[in-house]
Design a binder for this molecule. Structure first.
Ligand SMILES: O=C(O)/C=C/C(=O)CC(=O)C(=O)O
Ligand SMILES: [Mg+2]
Length: 222
């Protein structure tokens, strides 16, 4: 059987989601973290994806779910040890993403020195917009991301504030984890993260390029 995969539906490919944390100094500071000298990485599984029309589900064990709006980079050509100079040749496009975070659980994990999996990798923890072809964002280092909760602006930040640029991140990550076509890199969030509640409506956008909206529901007990 011949199957053709469409990069504009990259979330259906079952590929890796590699996330960068503390990549904006103002966000690192609002959570009392040092600004990193090397990228901070963690992963989400493909089951974290959710697209517009389906709700974000608060995990049953979470009492403080936070939004984090982020620029996502969709890999078009894989590679290992990719040099910074050619890193952008590996980009197929972008997506607006949310790194939904169970902040109360993350705080417990941090205090116990445990990994962040329960806080970051649960089902629906990675809402994504439609695929944005790379031509529509000529400079990923200079676009403004925003997020509103129930029409109230909570986050607005420009990617020129990233500690590590998109080419730097692609090069660094590919030296540790081979990048494959269809992988997604979440590049970190600017300041303004805050709690969302069941029934809230989140709207987010990248300038005049894309907008998306999601409802928040609580996961039913099974
Ligand atoms: O260290 C913390 O308290 C929190 C870090 C994050 O959640 C990192 C991110 O996901 C981010 O900066 O986007
Ligand atoms: Mg994040």
């Amino acid at each position: 059987m011949i199957t053709t995969r469409n990069i504009s539906r990259f979330w259906e490919w079952g590929r890796k989601i590699i996330c960068v944390g503390r990549n904006y100094a103002d966000h690192a500071k609002e959570l009392n973290n040092p600004v990193p000298t090397e990228p901070v990485l963690f992963l989400k599984p493909p089951s974290a994806y959710v697209t517009q029309g389906s709700p974000i589900l608060v995990p049953s064990y979470c009492r403080d779910l936070h939004h984090e709006v982020e620029l996502g980079v969709v890999i078009g050509r894989g590679g290992t040890d990719i040099p910074q100079g050619s890193a952008m040749d590996h980009v197929a496009g972008y997506a607006l993403c949310l790194d939904m975070t169970a902040r109360d659980v993350q705080d417990v994990c941090k205090s116990k020195g445990l990994p962040w999996t329960l806080a970051k990798a649960f089902n629906t923890s990675c809402p994504v917009s439609e695929f944005i072809p790379r031509e529509r964002i000529p400079d990923p280092g200079n676009v403004t991301l925003w997020l509103k909760v129930n029409d109230q602006m909570r986050q607005k930040g420009c990617t020129d504030q990233m500690v590590f640029s998109v080419p730097h991140l692609i090069s660094y990550i590919s030296g540790i984890i081979t990048l494959e076509e269809g992988d997604l890199i979440l590049t970190g969030t600017p300041r303004g993260v805050s709690a969302v509640q069941e029934h809230d409506e989140l709207q987010a956008g990248i300038q005049d390029v894309v907008t998306m909206s999601f409802k928040v529901n609580r996961k039913e007990h099974q």
